[in-house]
Structure formats: structure tokens, C-alpha cells
Write a protein that binds this ligand. Structure first.
Ligand code: LMR
Length: 352
């Protein structure tokens, strides 16, 4: 009798539960106006060509953390460092086709598609990193971003690496005569190709992921790069002579596919913009520190460091002056004037 009553109670409870507990599989995800529902999960694929432990690599990781934290995971950033997805030669096309949503090429590489950016490659244009940030935070940065839009690219921000130094295989580069008959690796850039020629070398545009290969084949004699790039790619092991010339800066445009940017909600755009601002401020400090730390590591390894003399620096500046004249002939020469105004705190006269 007891078993009978227990069975009847269990059956009754089962019947009641079927008609009261909602079917979880069919439950829709409720989202109120503030919350972004899981159904709007956004993934940004961000490809770049350097190692993770570099100024750009570390800043990309910090940007990812900021975006994912501020969006509560609703926006996911997938990083592809070291050229593992796209390299110098194909990353810009991949971005324009939205095969990848973000890249961060150097100003030099951007200048192949957006020539205005070549102004940042002009030698000895900047004396220190603070001036670089100040100029890019001014109307100059706005002009450079507007120039991207013609190519279907949205400029999110600017990240720094640092000043470029000369690094050589057989002997230090200290005078202009040391460039004679030398094959010089450059990033793909008209300004940098002309710079190498004016110095007396033969330029060879080589994709960053191919530089160690051409060094091992003894196909280049000298190159320019920042200390953190020289260290992170171990260039110093085959090219033991570094001349601290500070003859140019190496920085990045952080770029997003324009159509992808336009497709984002106002809230997502705000999260990405704020994350970019915080990451960029952090980048300036980390870049300076990493370049100094990497210099100490290379000195400890036995790399030979030289400093360009004041006299020789003046000779290099005179020799490279035609690059400025060349740029002044362009129909976007105003950008150079704007930079020089910023640098010399000149305010435009009423006639301008
Ligand atoms: C180079 O090609 O030397 C640099 O663009 C690498 C980088 O992106 O910093």
C-alpha cells in the first residue's frame, strides 16, 4: 500500500513539473537596453608583424584586455602576432577586404597606399618622442586619419616604437663614406628608398618577416630599425655594430576596416575608442622602457654601440635635405608645414 501511495505522489509531481518549469532550451536570452546580449558577440581579428614582447605586441595585448573588460566580453579581440596571418606585403589588402579587421603597420608601410604618411619618414624631423605624440595629437593626426578614409580605412590611433638606429654586419656605420656600396634593407617606402640612395647605399625593400633570411644569405649589409625590433628579431647576433643615429622615428597607424567600424553600435565604438586612448597612453611609456632595456641586453651580449657625432649628424642632415624639397613639391606639402608649425609652436598667420 505504501509503495502504491509513493508511486502516485511521484507521478503527480512529475505531471506538475512538466507544466510549470519553463523549457530552458527555448528560453530566449533577455537583454535590457543597457546590456549587450550574447547574441551580439563581436570578434575583431587583429594582425601584426612583430613579436608579442615588443612595444606594438604588448600594446596590442593591452588593447585586447581593455576592450574585452569594458565590453564584458561582448567584444572579443583575436590577436595574430609575428606575421602569422598576414605580413607587410598583404596585410593592407587583407584589411581593405575585411579579411582582418585591424592591423598596425608602420607609417612607412602605410605611405605606399596613403602617400601623405610618408612625411613621418622624413629624417631628423623629430628630436624626441614627446614631440611625435604632440604633433600626432594635433590637426596633423586628423589630416593623416582623413587621408586613410579614401582607402576605406578608419584610423583608430597612433602607437610609438621609437627612434631608428643604423645596424651593420661588418663594421660600424659612422660616416657617410660607410654607406658607399652598401646594400641597405628598408621598409617598403619611397621616402626610405630615397633616403638610402642619398646616404650612398643601395636600398632593398624587404618584408620584416624576411629580414633574417636575407641577413643569413648575406644579401644586405646595413639596415635601420629601433632597438626593440633589433633585439626582438635577434638582428644584433648577425649584425653586431649599432650606431645610435636617431635619424628617424618608427611608429604605427592602428587601422580598422571602415565598413566594419561603421557596422558597430555607438556603445561598441565608444568602448574601442576609450580602450585605444588608454592603450596609446600606456604604449608611449612602455616603448621607451623596452628600447632602453633591450639596449642593455644587447650591450650585455657584446654588441658594439657607437653614437653619431654632432658633426656627422649635421653632414647627414645636409645630405638628406633633398628629401624635404622632394616632399615640398607634393600637393600634400601642407602637412609638412603643419608639423613644422607644431614643432616650433608657430601659429598660422592671418594670411594662411
Ligand atoms: C619593419 O619592417 O622593420 C617594422 O615595420 C617592423 C614593425 O612593424 O615594427
Amino acid at each position: 500500500m505504501r509503495t502504491y501511495i509513493l508511486s502516485a505522489v511521484l507521478i503527480l509531481l512529475l505531471v506538475i513539473s512538466i507544466f510549470t518549469i519553463p523549457n530552458l532550451s527555448k528560453q530566449t536570452t533577455y537583454r535590457d537596453s543597457e546590456q549587450q546580449g550574447l547574441d551580439e558577440q563581436i570578434t575583431i581579428h587583429f594582425s601584426h608583424v612583430v613579436a608579442e614582447n615588443t612595444p606594438k605586441g604588448r600594446t596590442a595585448l593591452y588593447f585586447k584586455e581593455l576592450v574585452e573588460e569594458k565590453s564584458g566580453g561582448q567584444i572579443h579581440v583575436e590577436l595574430y602576432p609575428n606575421g602569422m596571418l598576414y605580413n607587410d606585403e598583404n596585410e593592407m589588402t587583407a584589411l581593405q577586404h575585411n579579411d582582418v579587421q585591424m592591423i598596425a603597420p608602420t607609417y612607412s608601410k602605410i605611405s605606399n597606399d596613403v602617400p601623405e604618411w610618408g612625411v613621418l619618414d622624413l629624417p631628423f624631423l623629430f628630436e624626441n618622442e614627446t614631440d611625435v605624440t604632440r604633433v600626432l595629437s594635433s590637426e596633423v593626426g586628423d589630416t593623416l586619419r582623413q587621408a586613410l578614409e579614401k582607402q576605406g580605412i578608419h584610423g583608430l590611433g597612433f602607437w610609438q616604437n621609437g627612434f631608428k638606429q643604423m645596424i651593420a654586419k661588418d663594421a660600424p656605420v659612422q660616416t657617410l663614406a660607410d654607406f658607399k656600396s652598401k646594400r641597405m634593407r628598408t621598409m617598403a617606402s619611397n621616402v626610405l628608398a630615397m633616403q638610402a640612395k642619398l646616404l650612398g647605399a643601395t636600398p632593398q625593400a624587404v618584408s620584416f618577416d624576411e629580414v633574417n633570411s636575407v641577413i643569413s644569405k648575406e644579401a644586405i649589409d646595413v639596415q635601420e630599425n629601433t632597438l626593440s625590433n633589433i633585439y626582438s628579431k635577434s638582428f644584433y647576433k648577425e649584425e653586431p655594430y649599432i650606431t645610435r643615429s636617431n635619424h628617424g622615428i618608427l611608429g604605427y597607424g592602428v587601422l580598422m576596416n571602415q565598413r566594419f567600424w561603421d557596422s558597430l553600435s555607438t556603445e561598441s565604438k565608444g568602448i574601442i575608442t576609450l580602450s585605444m586612448q588608454e592603450a596609446s597612453a600606456w604604449n608611449e611609456k612602455i616603448a621607451r622602457k623596452m628600447n632602453m632595456d633591450d639596449e642593455q641586453r644587447m650591450k650585455a651580449y657584446g654588441t658594439h654601440f657607437y653614437t653619431l657625432s654632432t658633426h656627422e649628424k649635421a653632414r647627414w642632415k645636409r645630405t638628406l635635405q633633398p628629401l624635404y624639397h622632394e616632399f615640398q613639391q607634393k600637393d600634400y606639402r601642407d602637412i609638412l608645414d603643419a608639423i613644422e608649425r607644431q614643432l616650433h609652436q608657430k601659429t598660422p598667420t592671418s594670411s594662411q
